[in-house]
Design a protein around this ligand. Structure first.
Ligand code: AMP
Ligand code: MN
Ligand code: MN
Ligand code: MN
Length: 278
């Protein structure tokens, strides 16, 4: 079994179609693929070109908030027709679009026009700052995406618009209302010290959370080990995924993430009672 339980299509900020992702996953020997778009399940709804020899795991990545920190919650094995889930995602998508309108206004004030037209021609359902970075890059205003975040989109950037995501507890409840498994995405990527990271994981467990990602694209070995230890300490299942967005980024690929230790893999998310392919 070689799963990849975290990646993005062009319905959020990935560069490729779901068909491309399934084909590439098969090429890379992946047996189970979850497309986990930001706040959107369009990849599960739209018809595909073909029927693929791969197990499809339903998924989504919900942006939420815990103690003023933005956290990403992956929901796996969700019933994507669940009305509570659909309504939360619709709310997030609308809020994301309003945020884009506010950013568009700020860019206008800086003499940069055309964000809305750029966004409206994309297949995307959940707009992110990554799309604004692509727009700035394509219109020649920045040299690369890092510069876009530094100058415009990061907290001190000229087009930054703060955002109030819904709470982590509500995101967990909604994933579970849809019979899904709630997973903290890439826990080592948040700006939290050791104590705060453990507090997050402890409180996530108390809120009924199920699992944490311990291995993901470019995770450092030291961090992975710490996450595996925390998963053990708080009796959480362990999940894995590349967080793949774009084939042009050569440091990442579908199915590419460090191996999980044999002791941790005993608590792999595919042993969870609610785990099931589509
Ligand atoms: P949002 O959810 O709208 O706040 O946008 C966040 C998305 O932007 C993330 O999912 C990343 O894909 C991307 N992102 C965030 N920070 C950076 C950065 N410094 N450089 C490139 N992409 C970034
Ligand atoms: Mn992203
Ligand atoms: Mn994320
Ligand atoms: Mn992601």
């Amino acid at each position: 079994m070689k799963p990849d339980l975290h990646c993005h299509s062009y319905y959020s900020d990935g560069a490729h179609s779901p068909d491309f992702l399934y084909r590439r996953a098969i090429e890379n020997g992946v047996t189970h693929l979850a497309i986990t778009d930001h706040d959107c399940i369009e990849a599960l709804v739209k018809p595909m070109d073909d029927c693929y020899e791969i197990q499809i795991i339903t998924g989504v990545e919900i942006s939420c908030e815990w103690e003023t920190q933005e956290i990403h919650l992956v929901g796996l094995c969700i019933e994507h027709e669940n009305s509570q889930l659909i309504s939360l995602l619709k709310q997030q998508q609308n809020a994301r679009y309003s945020r884009m309108q506010a950013m568009d206004k700020l860019l206008d004030e800086n003499g940069i026009y055309g964000l809305q037209d750029y966004l409206n021609q994309l297949p995307c359902k959940a707009f992110t700052r990554s799309h604004v970075a692509d727009f700035l890059l394509s219109s020649g205003k920045v040299k690369n995406k890092q510069q876009a975040f530094k100058q415009f989109l990061g907290k001190r950037g000229k087009a930054y618009v703060p955002f109030q995501w819904q709470s982590m507890v509500r995101a967990i409840e909604t994933v579970q209302a849809a019979n899904g498994i709630a997973v903290i995405a890439h826990p080592g990527r948040y700006p939290l010290n050791q104590l705060k990271l453990e507090l997050l994981i402890n409180q996530f467990k108390q809120m009924g959370g199920d699992a944490i990602e311990v291995s993901y694209g470019a995770v450092q070995p030291k961090i992975q080990k710490k996450l595996e230890n925390l998963a053990g300490k708080y009796s959480l299942y362990v999940s894995v995924g590349s967080d793949f967005h774009n084939a042009e980024a050569h440091w990442t690929d579908i199915g590419k993430y460090p191996r999980v230790s044999s002791s941790s893999i005993k608590n792999a998310i595919w042993n969870h009672p609610r785990w099931h392919p589509l």
